[in-house]
Design a binder for this molecule. Structure first.
Ligand code: FES
Length: 179
């Protein structure tokens, strides 16, 4: 009996279980090309798109199936800001920190969000409702200072509007729960 081969199959099977058939097929396709490792970012994007973030079991599975050292896969995932290693909240808050918004008080908006939610940049509130992120110009400078919650744009903000915006989403969540 070839022990190494048996173990290899087991490792591959475990890796596949951490993903979906579609993701495994995508990885297989990437690995059949001339430079499989160059597809790592594309694979991580696809995995994140499906799961919402890149958790350790999925990163390990990608490493196994692509035959890339796990440390390298984890390094790539943590290097790029567009990869998320923790689950995101139900709503994504994006505060514009571009020049026009900054001049109009984006820092005070951001601080109010941080105080209200009790979290810092990139973190998710304890109730799982909100993830807080900052970004460069959102393209609506005329409304500065601006933030978005998911696809919704809120402009001409004052810090006192922040709790009202948050309450709105919390209220909707409560109503949905009661239905
Ligand atoms: S700088 Fe904030 S929208 Fe442009």
């Amino acid at each position: 009996m070839n022990v190494a081969t048996d173990n290899w199959r087991e490792v591959q099977a475990t890796a596949k279980q951490a993903l979906t058939d579609e993701l495994v097929a995508f990885i297989d396709g990437c690995c059949s090309g001339p430079e499989p490792h160059s597809n790592l970012i594309a694979v991580l994007h696809k995995v994140q798109h499906h799961f919402g973030h890149l958790a350790a079991p999925q990163l390990d599975a990608v490493a196994q199936l692509m035959q890339i050292p796990a440390a390298k896969v984890a390094g790539v995932a943590s290097f790029y800001h567009f990869f998320r290693l923790k689950p995101r909240g139900r709503h994504m808050i994006n505060v514009c920190l571009g020049t026009a918004c900054y001049v109009k008080g984006a820092d005070r908006i951001a601080q109010r969000l941080i105080d209200e939610l009790g979290i810092s940049w990139g973190e998710t509130s304890k109730d799982g409702m909100f993830t807080l992120e900052g970004s460069r110009c959102l393209g609506t400078c005329g409304l500065a200072p601006v933030l978005t919650v998911d696809q919704e744009v809120y402009g001409n903000l004052t810090p006192d509007q922040v709790p009202l915006i948050l309450d709105n989403y919390l209220k909707k969540a409560r109503e949905e729960k009661q239905r």
